[in-house]
Design a binder for this molecule. Sequence first.
Ligand SMILES: NC(=O)c1ccc[n+]([C@@H]2O[C@H](COP(=O)([O-])OP(=O)(O)OC[C@H]3O[C@@H](n4cnc5c(N)ncnc54)[C@H](O)[C@@H]3O)[C@@H](O)[C@H]2O)c1
Length: 346
Amino acid sequence: MTDSLKGLLIGCGFFSRNHLHGWAEVDGAEIAAVCDLDVSKAQAIAQDFSIPAWHGDASVMNAGDFDFVDICTTMDTHETLVAQAAAAEIPVIIQKPLGPDFATCRRIDQISREAGIPVMVHENFRFQKLFLRLRDILDSGEIGETSFGRLSWRNDIDVYTSQPYLLKTERFMIMDVGIHMLDLARFLMGDADAVTCLNQSVKEGLAGEDASTFLLRHKNGSVTAIDISYASHRTPSLFPQTLGVIEGRGGTVQILENEVLRVHSGGNIRDEKIEDDGRDWTSSPWTQIQDSVPRTQQHFIDSLCHGRAFQTSAEDSLQTYALAEAAYRSAESGRLVSFDDLETAP
Ligand SMILES: NC(=O)c1ccc[n+]([C@@H]2O[C@H](COP(=O)([O-])OP(=O)(O)OC[C@H]3O[C@@H](n4cnc5c(N)ncnc54)[C@H](O)[C@@H]3O)[C@@H](O)[C@H]2O)c1
């Protein structure tokens, strides 16, 4: 396609292969070059995906060759890389977590706004087919106004071999998985402004928490309970399934195992099985997550091309990251923490 936007992918580690498979499917965009501080990784992945150029320094952004940059590095690098992209006037899609704390996320959003450069967080869980269908059911009014939600992510997948940096991450589970659940809670139940949270470090030797249990207070009066754990042992493993329930004033949707939505409304019950997309590059157990990657990327490109706001812009995501910050403060203090208790509101 001659009019494709040309992208630079920065960060050629564990998850970047999903990005490159995804970009190959996206209408209106292509990856023109990849970059990693470890240039041998950049070269290897470029060869695997037939990408014409590879680099070892993100300052290649200044060459004027790129219409967007896809940042797939860990959160400690995000502020610097977004600042570089903003200086080069290149729109950004960036992996979650946006930053290691709320103050950093605020600065990233400020960099984006001051430069007039749009930044979207690659928050792919809301682009899973299951949650898009659930959002449609809620929008149809079938179960009425939402009043209670529960989202549960519990498994014991070995994240430590593929992402060893997680062993040393002090803000671990809430930033790694909690952030997806907080975004989903906002997507399904509306914005929230207060949290109570208890954290646990179940596996020995971790720098941070590997299990968290939260209650969210939504601005519309509804409540969401969230529980997440990487120390939950079941056979077969539930990774990467989010289970739970959404209750409305006139019905309920249960999110059951193996991507089944059970809808209770008007005294009736029906099951909707959400099928995988059937891509040849996805593989169990990651399929549900992998399938959501090209949908997330397509939303970025479509929004960019039509001048529309991203669903998960840096600005919008401040609501999510403020909840994560409030959750850590709550876990430390043992109290409900609202946005009024943060130094700056989102
Ligand atoms: N959305 C999801 O479902 C999902 C799943 C897994 C990981 N992730 C996220 O993806 C991100 C990347 O995770 P990963 O496991 O692939 O990490 P990784 O450590 O395997 O890879 C990151 C790569 O970035 C490179 N890098 C770091 N700083 C750089 C810089 N300034 N310039 C160029 N390259 C640089 C590193 O050398 C490394 O190769 C993380 O933020 C993680 O949270 C998201």
